[in-house]
Unconditional design. Structure first.
Length: 183
């Protein structure tokens, strides 16, 4: 588990400090148990709701450049307390040669994904050496919300071409982080 141990410790410390503060904070971190033993396995999540951007960082076990892994992610962003479910979804492959997009959505189902967001900026950076993926989305791209919550789903493909058992949600299926105020 190479450098993910140190990163996991950092995230655990962040979570511990977060629990000591108010329920609404600008930074949230949580460890996630090892589930798949594949690049699709998220070991930790960090969410920072800053003044300019929302940054979501996932730390993985064995993240690889090879398209054969099929590792891809969906990061669901809820920006409206009065509307159940996410308003946006960021989808990306976590291997070389893939693209990514931020779309409006009405729920978790792929069939409900809307048009790509045209206002604001967003970028994905993957650090394979440290098993880390970081997505930064501008506040304008998300409709300038005061608070957000995030749910993360990552999946992959086995060497035999199947994806059975290679789906990892951070926490329980379709569960969100707490609401995080802009900070």
């Amino acid at each position: 588990m190479r450098t993910t141990t140190a990163a996991g410790t950092l995230v655990a410390a962040t979570l511990t400090l977060g629990l000591a503060g108010p329920a609404h904070a600008e930074l949230y971190g949580i460890d996630d148990p090892a589930d798949t033993g594949h690049g699709s396995d998220v070991l930790a999540l960090q969410v920072r709701n800053g003044q300019e951007n929302l940054t979501v960082t996932t730390i993985h076990d064995n993240l690889r450049r090879s398209p054969a892994t099929g590792t891809s992610a969906s990061i669901f962003i809820d920006t409206d307390r009065s509307d159940r479910g996410p308003e946006y979804v960021f989808t990306a492959g976590y291997y070389d040669g893939t693209d990514y997009v931020l779309r409006a959505t009405d729920g978790f189902n792929q069939g409900d994904y809307g048009q790509a967001v045209e206002n604001g900026d967003y970028i994905l950076r993957i650090d394979y050496r440290h098993d880390r993926a970081r997505v930064t989305m501008s506040r304008a791209a998300l409709g300038n919300p005061d608070e957000v919550r995030v749910a993360v789903r990552v999946s992959g493909t086995r060497t035999d071409g199947t994806s059975h058992g290679l789906v990892d949600w951070v926490g329980k299926r379709r569960s969100f982080t707490p609401w995080l105020a802009r900070g």
